[in-house]
Design a protein. Sequence first.
Length: 254
Amino acid sequence: MSISSDQVAAYRRDGFTVVEDILTADELRRTREHIEAIAEGRIPFPEANLEYEPGARDRGRSLDTLRKINDAAPRDPFFLEYARHPGILQVATALLGPDVKLFGDQTFMKPPGGVEKPYHQDSAYFKIEPADLVTAWMALDDVTLENGCLWVIPGSHRQGIRDHSQAWVVGDRTDKQVPDEAIDLTRQVPITLSAGSCSFHHSVLLHRSGPNRTPHRRRGLAVHYMSARARWTGPPEDKPDYPLLHGTSHPGCV
């Protein structure tokens, strides 16, 4: 697996690039099966790290009710090993440099009827400086316009973090988003992917996902990578122990 100089240049210019067919058919199958086992309760997993589709929690944990699995890698060796996948790490190091740590991970289940996620920037949620992380968004199913692909605003990562001032209510919690009127929606482009292919986007890139209007689920596994030279900006006592995935740690950094 390799990333070309043209793909690196596209990432610098647009804030994202796509690398096709990173996962083999066997890797894809094993990843799906492991996630399905968590979703169906066959593998124990902390309830605090699970999110449900609005109104679906009362129906119990299943592939059709679960919305997200958050921060699985610190709790499940399978996901930590996935974060070390050589093909994904090769791209992450090409974009971040040789010293890379794991910031976090999320699995997006997007079942039939799964709701949208409005425009936001990942670094608006991250207590890391500089705001220069890379998200590897792996398609575990074919990702289409109809089942809720990502939409992005090319080049928006070069314009800084926007004001996430508009409330967005999803289920029983309130999240935040960048107001639509603050975004030039005529510039948005979709990222469709075949299963096993991966998009890599900058943590300041404006992006959203659409609703799933199909009878099939649209699963994606996102891993957030950061330079081991980055700095934690939150309270010192709250700083997690970020795993080193490649290269060398640096004193005083994350």
